[in-house]
Design a protein around this ligand. Structure first.
Ligand code: ZN
Length: 343
């Protein structure tokens, strides 16, 4: 059976409860440890499922409640990377971060997210989206002291991600999404090897595959960057035609309060489009009508069957109250447009 038009979903993270991690910050350290941490992370997953259900979100996720950071937590489980002696490195060509160092051949000893994904699968009967970092964004979130080639390291990560993704798919995950914010920064590399690494990560998957490309979390470095890139954001213009020809099924882009010309959506050919209709840079909760307006504007370029109303990016730096309000606004805005289409 088909689903209703305009299936809602979120790009990735949701805020964590304040007993699990300090609120409103990226890389917030865990406030629990050992078995209490494991139990706390699972309880937090249950809470974000509750919030998504209560809001009426159609395709749900774990809100990344079991990860400190969407890239670092994955990398932490791999062999060949030194987390003891971090280096300060400029990431996304934008801000400095303390990052781990590749010191030898990188490999995956054991599944990274499998047990947590199995837990998520058991806790809901809804369709699930599971997010993984993309190879280029992983390369851009550590210091490589071994391979000395971003392309080569991306290939290694792609194989590791593919092994992980195949195991997740077997659990009955509906969509596996690779997050590639770096695709909005290193456009030449996207063309030269970024798309190929992404396809390598998604090779052979039978579930839906997605890529999330954004202008980043609502942190100061990103907001300053957005203010510096002009009155029209055309970063997607060179990447979308390449993605249109790729094997990836769905692409997400920022539309709410962004300066992205929405006609760029046309460059994605017949792909499913996750339309960011929720701003992640402000605590201000959108009205359902504001969300509906973004969806209507995007519908000029994508059929409603292929349009998935979504958030612009992850909501982790916001308060839980604002995030819950934004989930409700997203679902209610989609419902308005769905009703119009049925009328
Ligand atoms: Zn994002």
């Amino acid at each position: 059976m088909g689903h209703a038009l305009l299936q809602t979903t979120i790009a990735g993270s949701l805020p964590k409860p304040s007993w699990l991690a300090a609120p409103k910050q990226l890389w917030a350290p865990w406030l629990l440890e050992g078995e209490a941490l494991e139990e706390g992370m699972k309880d937090a997953v249950r809470l974000v499922l509750y919030d998504q259900n209560a809001a009426g979100i159609d395709i749900v996720s774990d809100g990344e409640q079991t990860r400190r950071h969407f890239v670092t937590t994955f990398i932490e489980s791999l062999e060949g990377i030194d987390f003891e002696h971090k280096r300060t490195m400029r990431i996304r060509d934008r801000y400095d971060a303390e990052v781990p160092v590749v010191v030898g051949p990188v490999s995956r000893r054991k599944p990274v997210f499998l047990e947590h994904a199995r837990f998520l699968r058991a806790e809901t009967s809804k369709r699930i989206k599971f997010t993984l970092p993309g190879p280029m964004t992983m390369v851009d979130t550590l210091f490589d002291g071994y391979y000395k080639s971003r392309e080569k390291l991306a290939g290694v990560f792609a194989d590791i991600l593919n092994a992980e993704a195949c195991e997740l798919e077997a659990l009955g995950i509906h969509i596996i999404q690779f997050d590639e914010p770096a695709f909005n920064v290193f456009m030449d590399e996207v063309r030269d090897w970024g798309i190929a690494s992404l396809e390598q990560a998604a090779a052979g998957l039978k579930c839906r595959t997605a890529t999330h490309i954004c202008y980043g979390y609502g942190i100061k470095a990103n907001i300053d960057w957005k203010n510096s890139i002009g009155s029209e954001w055309r970063q997607y213009e060179s990447t979308f035609p390449l993605l249109a020809k790729s094997t990836i099924d769905q692409i997400s882009l920022e539309c709410a309060n962004s300066k992205v010309p929405l006609e760029l959506i046309s460059l994605l050919g017949g792909k499913d489009i996750m339309v960011g209709a929720i701003d992640v840079t402000t605590e201000q909760v959108e009205t359902p009508e504001q969300v509906a307006k973004v969806i209507r504007a995007a519908m000029k370029y994508v059929a409603p069957e292929k349009l998935y109303p979504c958030t612009n990016c992850g909501l982790v730096p916001l308060s839980r109250e604002a995030a819950r309000g934004k989930l409700r606004a997203l679902a209610a805005g989609a419902a308005i447009v769905r009703k119009e289409l049925a009328g």
